[in-house]
Write a new protein. Structure first.
Length: 190
């Protein structure tokens, strides 16, 4: 009985030992979370009365717009979510929620930039905390719910073709190395 059930798992899951779109996107989350952590710490400093470190915030906004949104969210929306939406049996709710949260993140980012330009501490604090809180829980949901669901729902062939499309996106996106260095620097920034 036990042998039979193990055999079933090994043969039914084509994705075993294979990288999935969810694996790649989860690895990108590690870099995004480094910047989210730095943003939260900087927010806390400003809240305690520190001067606004404008270059830090502009750098964070650039990372958020370029790496987190233009690169990472574009892969999710244009490739993974597309495949999930093509699957008639996959529930539409989780993808809808993720798309909505991407939109809210863009709005927080616009507000953060506007607050910096207006030197509006209150609005800067609200948008920075809003973005950091949103992204932390958004990433947690993707890592623990959506990606495991997508690993189950999308078979090996689709995973392979998504990974190929990811590679194409990666080739076109210049500056990955620079953004990863920035994330690393932000991780240790206190
Ligand atoms: Fe996302
Ligand atoms: Fe994500």
């Amino acid at each position: 009985m036990i042998i039979l059930s193990i055999k079933k798992i090994l043969t039914s899951d084509e994705v075993i030992n294979m990288r999935t779109a969810g694996n790649v996107l989860s690895e990108e989350h590690v870099h995004i979370l480094k910047v989210v952590g730095a943003l939260q710490r900087e927010h806390d400093k400003v809240e305690r009365g520190a001067a606004i470190d404008e270059p830090f915030f502009y750098k964070a906004i650039d990372f958020i717009r370029s790496y987190a949104d233009h690169f990472h969210h574009a892969k999710e929306e244009g490739i993974l979510f597309r495949e999930l939406n093509n699957k008639p049996t996959f529930p539409h709710g989780p993808v809808k929620v993720m798309l909505h949260e991407h939109e809210i993140g863009r709005e927080y980012t616009r507000n953060m930039e506007a607050a910096l330009k207006a030197n509006d501490r209150k609005a800067l604090l609200a948008s920075a905390a809003g973005y950091a809180g949103l992204l932390a829980q958004h990433i947690h949901k993707e890592n623990t719910i959506l990606f495991p669901m997508s690993d189950q729902a999308l078979e090996g062939k689709i995973q392979e073709s998504m990974l190929k499309e990811f590679t194409e996106v990666e080739k076109k996106f210049t500056g990955i190395a620079g953004y990863l260095t920035m994330a690393k620097e932000f991780e240790t920034r206190r």
